[in-house]
Design a protein around this ligand. Structure first.
Ligand code: NAD
Length: 314
């Protein structure tokens, strides 16, 4: 049995996932894909393998399923199914599963953004490196007991809430698709409307997928409802925030600060947001930790092993 690995990040932090596959009698063929949008190339790389471990951009549909007759299982080393034709896969009995193992890392990043924004960390660090020494210029805010608004109560939103226990925050959740919010320690958690969340939160943190329902969920109207002292955190997707409106809001004092791991266009080029002192940006690195890489790699390996060695389609 053979598995083709098109994902460049699979087993990058450790060989453990490869060892797991090999110990199960599966040959691992590392075939990093430089042309993921080209499905013909994806089919060529998978070839006569029984399984495939693909990356976030690899396109998998009828062309792959037609040209790779032995293919029985695809492990999506990322989280989203959007480039995989699930309908055709299901019709042909090919198992497709994702590896949702990076949410702890993204939740860490959201908290890094919350703390760094509250203490003006980036301009303060830069000022010291520039030879300046002016502590009062960086007067910030404590995070203890502040109200954190969580938009999207999924894996990452819940992991962000878990971390709030140490700061004894009040938590407001907006997620119209969720009925029950589980208690977390002694935290005060309320399920509220988006307007209430925007109006009352000291930090608004976005944890929803990008869809027609969430595109520009934070636009100029939403920003105008936030506190002037508030911080907006986006570790989800660029299209959730109207970047021009955010630039205006950060410049005219509508809100105090913003931090984002994602942009509508990536890389962001000369996006004017990058020039603002109250704006933090990272290069979509939320999932980029060794821990997440090992966790998702082991998940992918187990998905392949389950199907190829146990002869099950479940
Ligand atoms: P999830 O599917 O577990 O949770 C998403 C939640 O959003 C669900 O509870 C859903 O009900 C809710 N939701 C959907 N539409 C909504 C709406 N209109 N308003 C409010 N809530 C809504 O997803 P997750 O694992 O928590 O990930 C959240 C997002 O984080 C992902 O969609 C992805 O865009 C992003 N992400 C980013 C990185 C990164 O590297 N920065 C890594 C992983 C995921």
């Amino acid at each position: 049995m053979k598995v083709a690995v098109l994902s460049k990040s699979f087993a990058k932090a450790s060989d453990q996932p490869i060892t797991l596959l090999e110990n199960a009698g599966i040959e691992v063929l590392q075939r990093p894909n430089d042309d993921p949008a080209n499905e013909e190339r994806v089919a060529e790389l998978i070839g006569d393998c029984d399984g495939a471990i693909v990356a976030a951009q690899d396109r998998v549909g009828s062309i792959v399923f037609d040209r790779c007759p032995k293919l029985r299982v695809v492990a999506d080393h990322a989280v989203g199914f959007d480039r995989i034709d699930m309908e055709v896969a299901q019709r042909r009995g090919i198992v497709v599963k994702t590896c949702p193992g990076n949410y702890e890392s993204v939740a860490d990043l959201a908290w890094l953004f919350i703390l760094a924004s509250a203490r003006k960390l980036l301009p303060a660090v830069q000022s010291v490196k520039d030879g300046q020494w002016s502590p009062p210029a960086f007067s910030g805010a404590e995070v203890l007991h502040k109200t954190i608004g969580i938009v999207g109560y999924g894996q990452i939103g819940r992991a962000v809430i878990q971390r709030a226990q140490g700061f004894e925050n009040k938590i407001l959740v907006y997620d119209p698709f969720v009925r029950n919010i589980a208690p977390v320690g002694n935290l005060e958690i309320a399920h509220v409307s988006l307007d209430a969340l925007l109006e009352q939160s000291d930090v608004v943190s976005l944890h929803v997928p990008l869809s027609e329902g969430t595109r520009y969920i934070i636009d100029s109207v939403a920003l105008s409802k936030m506190k002037r002292s508030a911080t907006l955190i986006n570790t989800s997707r660029g299209g959730l925030v109207d970047e021009a409106a955010l630039h205006r809001a950060l410049t005219d004092g509508t809100i105090a600060a913003a931090a984002t791991d994602v942009f509508e266009t990536e890389p962001p080029g000369n996006n004017p947001l990058l020039g603002l002192p109250n704006f933090i940006a990272t290069p979509h690195l939320g999932a980029q930790t060794a821990d997440a890489n090992i966790r998702t790699g082991m998940m992918a390996a187990r998905i392949i092993i389950d199907v190829l060695t146990k002869n099950t389609n479940s």
